[in-house]
Write a protein that binds this ligand. Structure first.
Ligand SMILES: C[S@@+](CC[C@H](N)C(=O)[O-])C[C@H]1O[C@@H](n2cnc3c(N)ncnc32)[C@H](O)[C@@H]1O
Length: 194
């Protein structure tokens, strides 16, 4: 009986200690130099005139986490260094390769001519739902994310090989674009780690 009572009191404590939360230095991340020289995920991210600086910073942090090849900042998308971008990028603007391009149309044609597969992340009449992405072949994908109000430009939609849509089940029409990026980039990452 006493043993039973002791078991009930102490077991949760023991279980808790068996799954210790890791300190930052125990996460064993690669250094910035190692990150730059390691093989990258065959995924390029293109931002089509993203207005919010915190969204831009979040893209950098997410692309660093998933070892994305490169980020292109197009049109009005702000460039680092910028204090507001840094707030959410937390240094990922230094590790990630990036480039600004005024014309997204020219960039998309260029990437297409290199044999890369263009995927606009958008809601259109005919889309590939995100859960179908695992059936696509393992190519180099270019993921285009659109402006917070206007979305991906129709001309870019027309040049795209696939339009990828995240199914939604609530009342809101769309997701925040950087939240959307986390979900989509993870789904593409799984193609190479499964
Ligand atoms: C807030 S939405 C833009 C609004 C809407 N697409 C429009 O044109 O009125 C900003 C961007 O987030 C992404 N996005 C948000 N929700 C999405 C979803 N459910 N499926 C695919 N992309 C989405 C797209 O890249 C989109 O261009």
């Amino acid at each position: 009986m006493v043993a039973d009572r002791l078991y009930k009191i102490y077991t949760p404590v023991v279980i808790h200690k068996m799954n210790k939360k890791l300190k930052l230095w125990e996460l064993d991340r690669v250094s910035e130099e190692e990150f730059k020289s390691q093989d990258k995920l065959p995924v390029t991210v293109v931002l089509d005139s993203i207005r919010s600086l915190t969204n831009v910073g979040t893209f950098f942090r997410t692309c660093d986490a998933f070892n994305v090849d490169k980020i292109y900042l197009c049109g009005i998308t702000a460039e680092p260094p910028h204090r507001e971008i840094q707030k959410t990028a937390l240094g990922a603007t230094e590790s990630m390769e990036w480039e600004h391009r005024e014309s997204i149309s020219e960039l998309i044609l260029e990437l297409k001519s290199e044999g890369k597969v263009i995927c606009s992340i958008e809601q259109t009449e005919k889309t590939t739902l995100l859960q179908e992405v695992d059936k696509l072949p393992n190519d180099h994908y270019v993921l285009v994310f659109g402006n917070e109000v206007n979305g991906v430009d129709q001309e870019i939609i027309d040049h795209s090989d696939h339009i990828i849509e995240i199914p939604q089940f609530g009342t809101k029409h769309s997701l925040n674009v950087s939240v959307c990026a986390g979900i989509v980039i993870w789904e593409f990452t799984k193609k190479w780690i499964d």
